[in-house]
Design a protein around this ligand. Sequence first.
Ligand SMILES: Nc1ncnc2c1ncn2[C@@H]1O[C@H](COP(=O)(O)OP(=O)(O)OP(=O)(O)O)[C@@H](O)[C@H]1O
Ligand SMILES: O=P(O)(O)OC[C@H]1O[C@H](OP(=O)(O)OP(=O)(O)O)[C@H](O)[C@@H]1O
Ligand SMILES: O=C(O)c1cccnc1
Length: 494
Amino acid sequence: MINQLYDTSLSLLTDLYQLTMAYGYWKSGKAEQEAVFNLYFRKHPFQGGFTIACGLNSVIDYIREYRFNEEDLAYVGTMTGSDGKRLFDPAFLEYLRKLELKCSIDATPEGTVVFPNQPLLRVQGPILQCQLLETPLLNLVNFQSLIATKAARMRQVAGDDTLLEFGLRRAQGPDGGVTASRAAYIGGFDATSNILAGKVYGIPVKGTHAHSWVMSFDTEQEAFDTYAAHLPNNVTLLVDTYDSLAGVQHAIETGKKLRERGYELGGIRLDSGDLAYLSIEARKMLDAAGFQNTSIVASNDLDEHIMASLKNQGARIDVWGVGTKLVTAYDQPALGGVYKLAAIRNENAGWSYKLKLSEQAIKVSTPGIQQVRRFRDGKDFVSDMIFDIGTPLVGKSTMVDPYDFTRNRSFPETQHYEDLLVPVFADGELIYSLPSIHDTRKRVQDQLAHFHKGIKRFVNPHTYPVGLEKSLFDLKTELIMKFRNQGPEVTPEP
Ligand SMILES: Nc1ncnc2c1ncn2[C@@H]1O[C@H](COP(=O)(O)OP(=O)(O)OP(=O)(O)O)[C@@H](O)[C@H]1O
Ligand SMILES: O=P(O)(O)OC[C@H]1O[C@H](OP(=O)(O)OP(=O)(O)O)[C@H](O)[C@@H]1O
Ligand SMILES: O=C(O)c1cccnc1
């Protein structure tokens, strides 16, 4: 669907270094060498205890439409190096012209609750192709997972209240706005004010009116009455232009006139002042006037923390309109997802497992062709184990905390589990049937319900156990030792 927003090919939506590396692979005869990359993040956003995977739908669109068209190639042909001469041999442009993606991708379905260091996507295929995908895949998955997570945090606070996303005006550009609306819906919002997102993604669209409507009339009463006269089936009146509680009284007057015509006053919206006090007072006034079913909408720089505080204060808010702090992920504007080479196939020697070292333990990548096994105890999820798909898992499974080898856990063969990564593309062919956005949205809440509530709290959340299967842990340790001492690779035992 992202392609619907742009009337152009998106194969150049990447960093130059991906293309220069691709060129290098091609020139040195490595272009077709099979490789495996993992896409994962290292730390939950917002100092939280969970993250929602989101963006796979866009990844699928992107890959299906992937091609270098004549305009792309003409542009790439003009690119020059430090000596002013062209960067790329024309024969490489011919190679790109004929390029068809043949990668296999396994991915965690959108709407899944995920944790640091586990692959959300595993991309396997010719190294040149896997490399070209790094930047766009990160661009698509990082942002949408970030916003879906922010939205899911707000849903945790809102309970059964209605959540409206109002962020387009503050979003990071047009695509930032539209994809944020999608991710917010998946994370648990009920509707967006963004009409294009409604059209493109089938999200419910809802809204009230702005201060300008009230200001354009001589009196607030006239403004409310006129709005209700023309849109009787969509009346939520913004009451705070001059004085919020006087505005509620004007809305009640309009509501009475609406009722005579057989319509109901849908809601009033508070957009400034003490939202706890004003909502409690507004509720009393509406109830006393017989408008018990009229909703109270609140907006004004809300986030999950203010919402929680308002709930604690007994605010009578039924509908929360949230913009800026949701779509810009205000307190943490990026998810630090990365894409790392984990294995490469040598012609005669089989797979070589690869690892990136770092002084920081958290930044040392994990080698291998990975899968994530999520163990259940009854209906609840209890632990995730990252393992290499080449390892035969017979008998009990033991997982080790990657940062403290003295901490480990074992599960008997009979323990219930599900493997999170599912096949999406096989050799470039889509083999995954996409769930509807509504089912994906439901999946988020179904999943969250089966995790320990400690991971959902905002302050010092519980760390859900994610470990490396013992033989993968041992292999990683061996590789770290080997690399620190001499060289970068190790061939796993068959
Ligand atoms: N009772 C409350 N408890 C905690 N935070 C609140 C409460 N009422 C409002 N807020 C939040 O306080 C912040 C600032 O509110 P403030 O009352 O200063 O805005 P305002 O100046 O009335 O609004 P505006 O500048 O849009 O006219 C907003 O993020 C709002 O959501
Ligand atoms: O506060 P947000 O979470 O971003 O929600 C969207 C805001 O956008 C609108 O007003 P706008 O901010 O344009 O003007 P205002 O601040 O004067 O109300 C609306 O009235 C909300 O307050
Ligand atoms: O419909 C609304 O009330 C709305 C839409 C966008 C931004 N703020 C409010």
